[in-house]
Design a protein around this ligand. Sequence first.
Ligand SMILES: C[S@@+](CC[C@H](N)C(=O)[O-])C[C@H]1O[C@@H](n2cnc3c(N)ncnc32)[C@H](O)[C@@H]1O
Length: 231
Amino acid sequence: MHTQIPAHFRKLRSFVRRDGRLTTAQERARVALWPHVGLKLQDGQANFDTIFGREAPRFLEIGFGSGQSLLALAEAQQDSDFIGIETHKPGIGALCLGIEVKSLSNLRIYYDDAVEILKNCIPDASLTGVQIFFPDPWQKRRHHARRIVQADFVQLVITKLKPAGTLHLATDWEDYAKHMMRVISNVQGIENIFGDGQYAARSPYRPILTKFERRAEREGRGVWELQLRKL
Ligand SMILES: C[S@@+](CC[C@H](N)C(=O)[O-])C[C@H]1O[C@@H](n2cnc3c(N)ncnc32)[C@H](O)[C@@H]1O
């Protein structure tokens, strides 16, 4: 018998699947590159040394959007490997196109929910850094539980970081910044690099303004960053 799960028992997700349109170039690049750069949830625990063919510092970006920051970092730091996770298909196409244009071999992509990928695919203590830039703010109070930065999520990220590995967060919504600060202040096993309760200075590690950061600038909002280190 097939039992329907009542709506209020369904898992709250930090994203809504939307079928956005890819440009012709993005779709062509996505189809051509996916066999080389695409990773799948169904493949389970990943062996990144085998996937990248080397041992190297590894960075993960969750919700990379159109992939501007990830692309710039992967190009600037070719001695490191980068993994991106995104649920929005046009972003996958845009990043594939960027990888093709820049001929990068140090970037792989998951097209799925980051929570599931972290739980099922990323080995414990395997990442040098995790970054989440401008996550969906879910501004209405009744939607706050959908924000990706929550205590259990941060705890999950910590298990995936190497000792002294970093978690880097940025948001253009003050209320979400305060929420992030509250969450990380109550999680064990991580320290705020800039001191308790302190936001980080704008990091030169984020080499370019992403689409969402540019929009925040246009709309006159500030940017709050947090940089945390696994103890
Ligand atoms: C506001 S956008 C920011 C994109 C990009 N970081 C930037 O700064 O331009 C947030 C992105 O996170 C993605 N996202 C939200 N929840 C996610 C999840 N659980 N797993 C993977 N991607 C997610 C959304 O699809 C969206 O593209």
